[in-house]
Design a protein around this ligand. Structure first.
Ligand code: BGC
Length: 786
């Protein structure tokens, strides 16, 4: 009874709340409508462009306020004033691990909390829109901005992006989902054309944006610099209006990447709201003129202005006064996050974790231990509130009872300087275990510049090789935003990938090295053995302004699987200080439909001695498909924590889309009938359990037969065969002639593999052009079940 009352109360409360919001929405709408009718053309156009570097245009005479937009994504880069660039003099903010690190957590709840914290910091600094997250796919290991993106996989990227957005926006601060889309190369990024087919565009490069938009409704989406299928991202009606707005139901505004607009009028017509930053009065004047001469419909401008004002007023209403940056609390949280991103790649003979019982003397080698590399180069650079380093943290927090020694090992100012190695070797030889901090220096990973190779500096590689020759317990602790080669891998005992861990990274890394935290990161990108093995090897960074996406949908593990190439470390891989056992994979039904979908569950048990976290990954494979499909694709994942001996069952709902490919001819997602393998895995190369199920499609999809469809296809389809028989009775009988069986079959085989348009002359006029036309007409509009 009590429960019923409570539920009724909650329903009433929710209804009331909804009524209130819709009332508020209606009030805001009428206020904006009134403003739009009061604005001059010049003012409307001005509102569709920035006031300066980081703010929207206010119109004082009508009390239209401005809001602050600021980089992002892994911390705030707020300039001291909206008209200052904000490089070097930006306000202090907490620097979190970058996106490639966050993705390695595979933990949407944690990324949501990172978003919450960033949202709160944005409130403290008066920022209304945080320019991130970036969900572009890591198409090539060479991508200069890979550190700023989540993954090579669209589902993982999209889920991470959605969690981040939901977190930030829960604090009344908007986000800018960027860079929309197929923005995967830095070389010539302002002009390059991403030359990719529609299926690839949808399956790989749009999917992360789609997930983020549908699950989180970012206030803004940032249109990219590059061209996609020949059209600039800022000027594409297909991307901005057809897909983003109409197909996905995006409700916010599109912001241009900084200086990305070429043709302002084309951009506005395509659905791009806000040109950033204020470029010059030139573009505004062009747009005003276009309205005056009728080239740009004022109704288009009004619609854009209304949507911009909706975001501006919403942001203003949600702005909080008196929020303060909680430096210590956010720093401590950033440390926890780094401990979750650390990905253990090798741990022979349990060289890690370090403890007093195992080792008396620990050598720390490498300049990164004293001068940490913790973020990437470019617009995302945060000025941290504090910065920890490993040496101090280890000495202060873990040094009791353990002797800590240090050697610089290499010179960050000169990649080829190997003069420090001999001293480091001496220190290494005298220790019980050595931690070599190495990786990629700042200039190796930068916005605007792609890498040309994936090697670490020669001095780092040489240092590791030489140290491993004198010390069997050598652990390499890597700091880099994206994949590197490891020529020394077989000679070292341990490798801990720590990514770009943010300002408190040192603490998080130490916590993992010394066993306070059990590592649980998993690779969100494949580490290749060599650059030559990578999917985009022949087509990166493109030529003459054109980037051919020749590997198509075979990006990341999809490529390595198909080509049977052994990676250095596969997608989804990462070790733990404990072990897990998978059992009892269950599917809700062995025979299902695309409408009913499938529930998959599996039990995971911690079979080791310490508490740990496992990422359960669910991959789906289409056993036999009409179109070429990847061997398997990640569809779901979850991260769970288990105490020693503890077991948990986790379950996942697979829907039609999880079985589908994108049919570019029909412009739709299709889940074909047939067998699918559903697998529970610990990495893309570590399938623990799998089940084969049969899926019956209920979709009715257009048949799309036309005059270029082969005779055989008309014949093989029941519906069109009937129609065919109506038109060609004699001839069809004619091809079933008497004589040698094999000969007939060969003749028939040859005859039926022609488009139907050829039949008037193939049949020597027995079939007329008119009949072919009629036949095609009759078959139009037919559908079939895939
Ligand atoms: C970058 C964006 C960034 C913007 C503002 C551009 O060059 O591509 O990611 O948000 O600058 O700094």
């Amino acid at each position: 009874m009590k429960k019923t009352i409570l539920i009724s109360f909650l329903v009433l409360f929710a209804m009331n709340l909804n009524a209130q919001t819709s009332k508020e929405d209606a009030l805001l709408e009428s206020k904006i409508n009134k403003l739009v009718s009061d604005l001059t053309i010049q003012e409307k156009i001005a509102l569709c462009s920035g006031r300066d570097d980081w703010s929207t245009m206010p119109i004082e005479r009508l009390n239209i306020p401005w809001i602050w937009l600021s980089d992002g994504p892994h911390g705030l880069r707020r300039a001291p004033a909206t008209n200052k660039p904000g490089y070097g003099d930006q306000l202090l903010a907490t620097c979190f691990p970058t996106a490639s690190a966050l993705a390695a957590t595979w933990d949407v709840d944690l990324v949501y909390k990172v978003g919450q914290t960033l949202g709160n910091e944005a409130q403290a600094q008066g920022v209304s829109v945080l320019l991130g997250p970036g969900v572009n796919i890591k198409r090539s290991v060479l991508g200069g901005r890979n550190f700023e993106y989540f993954s090579e996989d669209p589902i993982l990227s999209g889920e991470m992006g959605a969690a981040y957005i939901n977190g930030v926006q829960s604090q009344g601060v908007g986000t800018s989902l960027k860079h929309f889309t197929a923005n995967n190369v830095e070389t010539m990024r302002m002009y390059n054309n991403s030359n990719l087919d529609n299926r690839t565009l949808h399956e790989i490069y749009l999917t992360p944006f789609e997930i983020a938009v549908k699950k989180a409704q970012p206030w803004t989406v940032m249109a990219c610099y590059n061209r996609v299928q020949e059209v600039y991202g800022t000027q594409s009606p297909y991307l901005l209006t057809e897909i983003l707005k109409k197909d996905w139901g995006f409700k916010g505004i599109v912001v241009s990447d900084w200086f990305a607009v070429i043709d302002r009028v084309a951009a506005m017509k395509a659905g791009m709201h806000l040109e950033m930053p204020k470029v010059s009065p030139v573009n505004n004047a062009i747009a005003v003129e276009a309205v005056k001469n009728g080239e740009l419909d004022i109704a288009v401008v009004d619609a854009l202005v209304k949507e911009i004002l909706t975001v501006v007023f919403k942001a203003k209403a949600l702005q909080k006064e008196g929020v303060e940056l909680n430096v210590e609390k956010d720093h401590a949280f950033a440390r926890k996050v780094t401990s979750e991103v650390a990905t253990l790649l090798k741990n022979e003979n349990d060289v890690l974790p370090i403890s007093k019982d195992k080792y008396k003397k620990v050598a720390i080698i490498g300049e990164f231990a004293a001068a940490p590399r913790y973020q990437g180069n470019g617009s995302s650079q945060v000025r941290p509130t504090k910065l920890d380093n490993i040496l101090d943290i280890v000495k202060n927090e873990y040094g009791k009872g353990i002797e800590i020694t240090y050697a610089q090992g290499y010179n960050l100012a000169d990649d080829n300087d190997v003069s420090l190695i001999s001293e480091a070797k001496k220190v290494a030889a005298e220790a019980d275990v050595v931690l070599v901090f190495s990786g990629l220096p700042l200039q190796y990973e930068s916005e605007g510049i792609d890498r040309t190779h994936i090697n670490m500096p020669p001095s780092h590689n040489k240092l590791i090789s030489e140290i491993s020759a004198v010390q069997k317990n050598t652990v390499v602790v890597l700091t880099n935003g994206s994949a590197v080669t490891m020529p020394w891998l077989n000679n070292v005992s341990g490798v801990l990938e720590t990514w770009l861990g943010g300002q408190a990274g040192a603490g998080g890394i130490a916590d993992v090295l010394f066993g306070k935290v059990n590592p649980s990161g998993k690779l969100a990108e494949t580490f290749p053995m060599r650059l030559e093995d990578t999917p985009a090897f022949f087509n990166f960074p493109g030529e003459q302004g054109d980037v051919l996406y020749g590997e198509r949908i075979f990006v990341g593990y999809r490529y390595y699987d198909e080509r049977k190439i052994e990676p250095l470390f596969p997608f989804g891989y990462g070790l733990s200080y404990t072990s897990f056992e998978y059992s009892n994979l269950k599917v809700s039904s062995k025979n299902t439909t695309d409408e009913d979908g499938l529930t998959v569950s599996v039990t995971v048990k911690n079979t080791g001695k310490v508490t740990g976290k496992e990422v359960v990954q669910i991959y789906v494979s289409d056993v036999k498909s009409t179109l070429q499909r990847p061997e398997k694709e990640l569809k779901k994942f979850v991260k769970i924590e288990l105490a020693p001996g503890e077991a948990k069952e986790v379950s996942f709902e697979l829907e039609r889309r999880d079985f589908s490919y994108y049919d570019a001819k029909r412009n739709m997602w299709i889940a074909e009938s047939g067998e699918y393998v559903v697998a529970a895995a610990a990495s893309s190369r570590d399938i623990k359990l799998s089940e084969t199920i049969n899926l019956q499609s209920t979709q009715q999809v257009p048949l799309m037969f036309d005059e270029y469809t082969f005779f055989l296809e008309y014949w093989n389809n029941k519906q069109t065969r009937e129609i065919l028989l109506e038109y060609m009775p004699n001839w069809i009988r004619g091809i079933v002639t008497e004589g040698d069986e094999a000969e007939i079959r060969e003749y028939q085989g040859f005859m039926v593999e022609h488009p139907i348009i050829k039949y008037p002359y193939i049949t020597h006029g027995e079939i007329t052009h008119k009949q072919v036309k009629e036949l095609v007409e009759k078959c139009k509009g037919l559908t079939y079940t895939p």
